[in-house]
Design a protein around this ligand. Structure first.
Ligand SMILES: *Cc1c(COP(=O)(O)O)cnc(C)c1O
Length: 390
């Protein structure tokens, strides 16, 4: 399907067709895995389709990138070997030593480590601000020095919501660009570029790939100036995915819409069960009217996603016990796959921020609600929360 049509069709049609036309020689409906590092030239410089060397371009990766650009409604997309490789490339494309960034005060741990521990010694400065607090973001900007306002929405694991449209206006007024890590929502639930963001970041390892079988990342950009810089750095830095990884990620994207709807259906059923349960102190889900970001989430997201966090009544011991007892929910890090996962952020994904301002409550549990039978998921949690067992 040509790029021209790919932006106008519905989301599900784009997910399945955008970025690839059946192979002209064989008619292959699915992009082949082009396991090749180089390409025959028809005379010096006579490139077929622009392909020269697979760090610079590979047809399997091109198909994935075309698909991602169409789903996020961006001008260009670039695929990487991991989400953090995408972030590293973006930072070096758009910032220089001495520049300043505003980052979420509850940023994904790997993003914080990259900006703080790798970017810091290289000369990048950063200030944390709550993505849900527009005044705090405004106050954190250093006029003339701040090049990027970097947000996640929803954030991890407390699911705070940032108002993308308002934050884009704040960033642009200060001469900065707005970067949105859209990993948790996926392009099906939220398209930040259509709300004024300049760059979307994905760990495609999560919902985009969706099957917990591949690590990958992507940048989708609005505006050809940013695209040229990122494209140059993608090739110059070389953190690209191999063709098999690109194939797996692209295969995952085709079913993104149906998977996300089922993730959301199941998450809503799990939330219904948890709310008011005597062993549960608080349920955190943007779909709940009690959630402070509910109104903004309702405006900018199609639905509220597959991640549910909750606090139990019996402190850390209780939370660890529940994590030990589930059987359908697998105890593990990561998120966004078809299988349900449970984890204890304080001891697992967020252990590195213990003792800092970013510390998460010790009685907190995070669920990545999968697409199994909803009743089995609820029954599993019911058993794990039953008092006096274990
Ligand atoms: C996992 C994740 C990343 C990092 O991506 P990798 O593919 O693990 O490198 C970045 N942002 C968010 C929100 C994530 O969940």
């Amino acid at each position: 399907m040509s790029q021209e049509h790919s932006q106008k069709s519905g989301f599900e049609t784009r997910a399945i067709h955008a970025g690839y036309d059946p192979d002209p020689t064989t008619g292959a409906v699915i992009p082949p895995i082009y396991a090749t590092s180089t390409y025959k030239q028809d005379g010096v410089g006579g490139l077929r389709g622009g392909y020269e060397y697979s760090r610079s371009g590979n047809p399997t990766r091109t198909a994935l990138e075309g698909n991602l650009a169409a789903l996020e409604e961006g001008d260009r997309a670039f695929a990487f070997a991991s989400g953090l490789a995408a972030e590293d490339t973006l930072l070096r494309s758009l910032t220089r030593p001495g520049d300043h960034l505003v980052i979420p005060d509850d940023a994904y741990g790997g993003t914080f480590r990259l900006i703080d521990k790798v970017g810091g010694p290289w000369g990048l400065e950063h200030s944390p601000a709550a993505v849900s607090d527009l005044d705090a973001v405004r106050a954190a900007i250093r006029p003339g020095k701040t090049k990027l306002v970097w947000i996640e929405t929803p954030t991890n694991p407390l699911l705070n919501i940032g108002d993308i449209e308002a934050l884009a206006a704040i960033a642009h007024q200060a001469g900065a660009l707005l970067v949105v890590d859209n990993t948790f929502a996926s392009p099906y639930l939220q398209q930040p570029l259509t709300l004024g963001a300049d760059v979307v970041v994905h760990s495609t390892t999560k919902y985009c790939g969706g099957h917990s079988d591949v690590v990958g990342g992507a940048l989708v950009v609005r505006g050809l100036e940013v695209a040229d810089k990122v494209g140059f750095h993608q090739n110059a830095m070389g953190a690209v995915p191999g063709p098999f990884d690109a194939f797996l990620t692209h295969r995952g994207l085709k079913t993104l819409a149906v998977r996300m709807d089922r993730h959301c259906d199941n998450a809503e059923k799990v939330v219904d069960f948890l709310v008011g349960h005597p062993q549960v102190a608080e349920v955190i889900y943007p779909g709940l009217e009690s959630h402070p970001g509910h109104e903004v989430a309702s405006r900018q997201m199609k639905r509220y996603g597959g991640i549910v966090s909750f606090r139990v009544t019996g402190g850390e011991e209780h939370a660890l016990d529940v994590c030990d007892r589930t059987e359908v929910f697998t105890l593990g890090e990561s998120l966004g796959g078809v299988e349900s996962l449970i984890e204890h952020p304080g001891r697992m994904t967020h252990a590195s921020v213990a003792g800092t301002d970013l510390e998460v409550p010790p009685d907190l549990i995070r669920l990545s609600v999968g697409i199994e039978t909803a009743e089995d998921l609820v029954a599993d949690l019911e058993r794990a929360l039953e008092p006096g067992r274990g």
